[in-house]
Design a protein around this ligand. Structure first.
Ligand SMILES: Cc1cc2nc3c(=O)[nH]c(=O)nc-3n(C[C@H](O)[C@H](O)[C@H](O)COP(=O)(O)OP(=O)(O)OC[C@H]3O[C@@H](n4cnc5c(N)ncnc54)[C@H](O)[C@@H]3O)c2cc1C
Length: 379
């Protein structure tokens, strides 16, 4: 059984996120998008409220509020600005991974700085130019030397690559396949680590997406995160949680799009009456409303299961594939409801559609989510 009524902590986190997002993030969202401006000030504000490490324990500087509170906060921030939200999502994921798999020394070194905004962001460096849906094919390698490791290779599509204070980096330490992959913590600005050009994206234009080149990056033995050869498992576990975050992000974006479409449908008149009086538009709004609620329930179920410590991979994938695809439909309908005004920058509808598009692609495409769900269903 799942109780969908937020508890006191969850409600407080949700309200804190809502109030900050509406007052300090939303007013800047159009400019963040237009100017491709990394939202430093907004992220610092979120950090000051504990929202950059919602599910990290207070001993490590986090809010210790749990996975449900995190999902609720993500929905609020994404509703205001999807670029700020994805940066928050990856940073929360990095903090959680280090807290969960790191040694006490690793966690104490990095988690507080991610949580309090000393680092503008954290980064998760898994994908490569030739290894996206199939990260087991990665080529980045870590070579053992005395006292540590030397990393060589290229990572692609790294969110906050240019701003991160710490990178969680996957590299091959053994033979081919997923068993030969380990995970390392690399500080921002490490010698031999260079950040490639910022990608010119369709949406999420305030979020930085860069390639990374590791050219003989030397890290000490204690930079290894988790077990030698255990990196792939860490990546998959982190992505299970991350998918709840992206599901929540898509719900936030779609909530904004739907609310704005409803307001527009009440205001805009054609044929002498509000366009919301036409059944064709009412049906679009009805479908969007139902799909958004279904998305929310799937997302909160997955987050609740994570919080309870029960297996939640399948539920996280179900939540991600359903809500991101629904959010794409909802944002597309919102543009349609706005007519020509949906196609110009004066209204946010077009930004929502550009921002939401990637949610069915990153942290595992819709096709990959279906593979996960089907594999478990057929087991
Ligand atoms: C804006 C943005 C931010 C990102 N941030 C990060 C980040 O911070 N860290 C990080 O590590 N990565 C990040 N990524 C990478 C992202 O996770 C990958 O783009 C994604 O996993 C897909 O990999 P790919 O782009 O190589 O596509 P491919 O894997 O080449 O897929 C291409 C198409 O083939 C389909 N496909 C592939 N394999 C199968 C299969 N077995 N069955 C059916 N269909 C299949 C896919 O679903 C897709 O439709 C980001 C990407 C973007 C666009």
């Amino acid at each position: 059984m799942i109780d969908f009524e937020p508890n006191e902590t969850q409600r407080l986190v949700q309200q804190t996120a809502r109030s900050f997002a509406q007052q300090h993030v939303l007013p800047e969202a159009a400019a963040i998008d237009r100017e491709e401006r990394f939202p430093f000030a907004q992220l610092k504000g979120l950090a000051d409220l504990g929202l950059m490490a919602v599910n990290v324990s207070p001993e490590l500087g986090g809010a210790g509020a749990g996975a449900v509170a995190y999902a609720l906060a993500m929905m609020e921030v994404a509703k205001a600005c999807a670029s700020t939200a994805v940066t928050m999502a990856v940073t929360n994921m990095v903090g959680e991974v280090i807290a969960k798999f790191g040694t006490p020394a690793q966690a104490e070194l990095y988690c507080p700085q991610l949580a309090d905004g000393s680092f503008p962001a954290g980064a998760f460096a898994l994908s490569e130019p030739e290894a996206g849906s199939d990260p087991g094919a990665m080529r980045t390698a870590a070579r053992k030397v005395e006292g540590g490791w030397v990393i060589d290779g290229v990572k692609q599509w790294i969110t906050s690559g240019a701003q991160a204070g710490v990178f969680v980096v996957w590299a091959r330490t053994g033979g081919p396949g997923t068993g030969g992959i380990s995970c390392f913590l690399v500080p921002g600005g490490a010698k031999g680590l260079s950040v490639g050009k910022h990608e010119d994206k369709m949406g999420l234009r305030g979020s930085n997406t860069s390639s990374l080149t590791f050219d003989g990056v030397a890290v000490p033995d204690d930079a290894l995160l988790g077990d030698l050869g255990g990196g792939f498992k860490i990546a998959m576990m982190a992505l299970d949680g991350g998918r709840i975050g992206i599901s929540a992000q898509s719900i936030g974006i779609a909530t904004a799009a739907l609310e704005e479409a409803i307001a527009y449908a009440k205001d805009r008149k054609q044929f002498g009456k509000p366009i919301g009086d036409f059944q064709a538009l009412q049906f679009m709004i009805a479908d969007s409303r139902a799909e958004l609620d279904a998305s929310r329930l799937l997302c909160l179920r997955a987050a609740t299961m994570k919080e309870r410590g029960v297996p939640f991979s399948k539920e996280a994938s179900m939540s991600k594939v359903y809500s991101t695809e629904a959010a794409n439909r909802i944002c597309n309908r919102a543009v349609q409801i706005h007519g020509g005004y949906g196609y110009i920058r004066e209204f946010a509808a077009e930004r929502h559609l550009r921002d939401v598009r990637v949610t069915t692609i990153y942290e595992g495409t819709s096709q990959v989510q279906r593979i996960v769900i089907a594999r478990m269903a057929l087991k």
